[in-house]
Design a protein around this ligand. Structure first.
Ligand SMILES: Cc1ncc(COP(=O)(O)O)c(C=O)c1O
Length: 387
């Protein structure tokens, strides 16, 4: 593959571009919502320019080039044997979580999740009129884990669906083959549909860790499996809206499509053009991105451990989103504290099931990341001085 050198050090000007991240709270420097302050890879921009130049933007389906690029990506990156019929193309990943719940759970049934987790996980059960069971992750000396005993105690004959986030947002955890297999066994024993959100799976920062996709599970588990992926986080194209489900079992796919009905719009054609280019030609850029993000992650962790010991962080292996425990700060709402006292806007951990936490998005130029961290350090120092 050819050597490219992307510019991750220049902060793009995003105010006035309709960016949620930069315009929703315009008085603060944003380190919250999960998109990156980087320009997408040249291959993506060029493919979109070419398509725009065509000038006709009628309804589009998942064209042959996209299907081929996705299948090739699944085979190479996840050793998947999926074929074209197993793919369901979608205009976003969160709607798929909701559809999966509606396909398998009815009012009175239950959907299981493990918090802290990406906040829509808390809401999709309600779309099916189902009840949510949250069995929080637990921490031992080494890392965050599933609380297997609590899960066994919580599951009931009314539980229908388990939603997994792997790699885990916000914990930055990459689950091992053993853990994913144990989870699949749990689902098999209790007759649950396993819905695996793997949107961050191409953002593994630790070279010694590897994403184990649910697609790699032995075939018998595919009878109750929906795997969800997208290029949106990795290639910074979240605003375009494209994701896909891999559903290898015909009956599961039929139920999922039935739940979809007429609820979703056609997929944006530029999103599919971008996705094809990203999966086909984006790998050299992705590798550079991973190296840059790894250095950001290390710089952030080092800074917090040395300069802001009132904040607690743990190891972090994936995603550009760092989970920070602020309980030692002793403030009622750490997100509001950092907005008011440091002028930086972070993601509030509360809606993720982690009050007293914030999530810092380090998918940005290093100097910009450090500017925010310095403001946070100064705000904490001033507060500790006063108290
Ligand atoms: C785990 C997870 N799933 C889904 C999404 C959003 O997916 P989409 O924008 O395609 O609905 C995010 C965005 O941050 C995420 O972190």
């Amino acid at each position: 593959m050819s050597e490219i050198h992307s510019d991750f050090d220049t902060l793009p000007h995003r105010r006035g571009t309709g960016s949620i991240k930069w315009e929703r709270y315009p008085d603060y420097i944003p380190y919250w919502v999960a998109d990156m302050d980087f320009v997408s890879p040249a291959c993506v921009l060029e493919a979109m320019h070419r398509r725009v130049d065509h000038g006709v933007f009628g309804y589009a389906h998942a064209h042959a080039g996209l299907v081929e690029a996705v299948l090739q990506y699944l085979k190479e990156m996840h050793q998947s044997s999926a074929t074209e019929k197993d793919l369901v193309h979608l205009p976003g990943l969160v709607p798929a979580l909701s559809l999966a719940c509606r396909a398998y759970a009815k009012p009175g049934d239950q959907v299981m999740i493990s918090s802290p987790v990406y906040y829509p996980f808390f809401h999709v059960a309600a779309d099916a009129g189902a009840e949510l069971i949250d069995v929080p992750h637990i921490r031992d000396e080494v890392t965050w884990r599933f609380d297997w005993d609590a899960m066994e105690a919580a599951v009931t004959p009314r539980t229908r669906v388990l939603i997994l986030c792997n790699p885990q947002n916000p914990l930055g955890r990459v689950f091992s083959e053993a853990e994913i297999t144990q989870l699949a066994d749990f689902c098999e024993r209790h007759d649950l549909l396993l819905v695996s959100d793997e949107i961050h799976c191409d953002l593994i920062l630790d070279p010694e860790q590897q994403h184990f996709s649910t697609l790699r599970l032995p075939e018998k588990y595919h009878e109750r499996l929906i795997t969800l992926m997208a290029p949106s986080k990795t290639y910074n194209v979240a605003g375009l809206g494209y994701s896909f489900a891999v559903i290898q079992n015909d009956e599961v796919r039929r139920r999922f499509l039935k739940a979809k009905g007429c609820t979703l719009p056609e997929i944006n054609l530029l999103a599919m053009v971008a996705a094809e280019a990203a999966y086909r030609d984006g790998e050299p850029w992705r590798r550079e991105l991973i190296a840059y993000l790894r250095k950001n992650r290390d710089t952030l962790a080092d800074f917090i451990r040395r300069e802001v010991p009132a904040l607690t962080i743990h190891e972090h292996a994936a995603t550009y989103l760092y989970w920070i425990d602020c309980s030692k700060l002793n403030v009622p709402n750490p997100c509001q504290f950092f907005a008011k006292e440091a002028g930086v806007f972070l993601t509030d951990g509360g809606p993720f099931g982690g009050a007293q936490h914030v999530r810092f998005n380090f998918g940005c130029p290093r100097s910009h990341m450090l500017a925010g961290l310095h403001e946070m350090r100064n705000a904490v120092a001033r507060t500790l001085e006063i108290s």
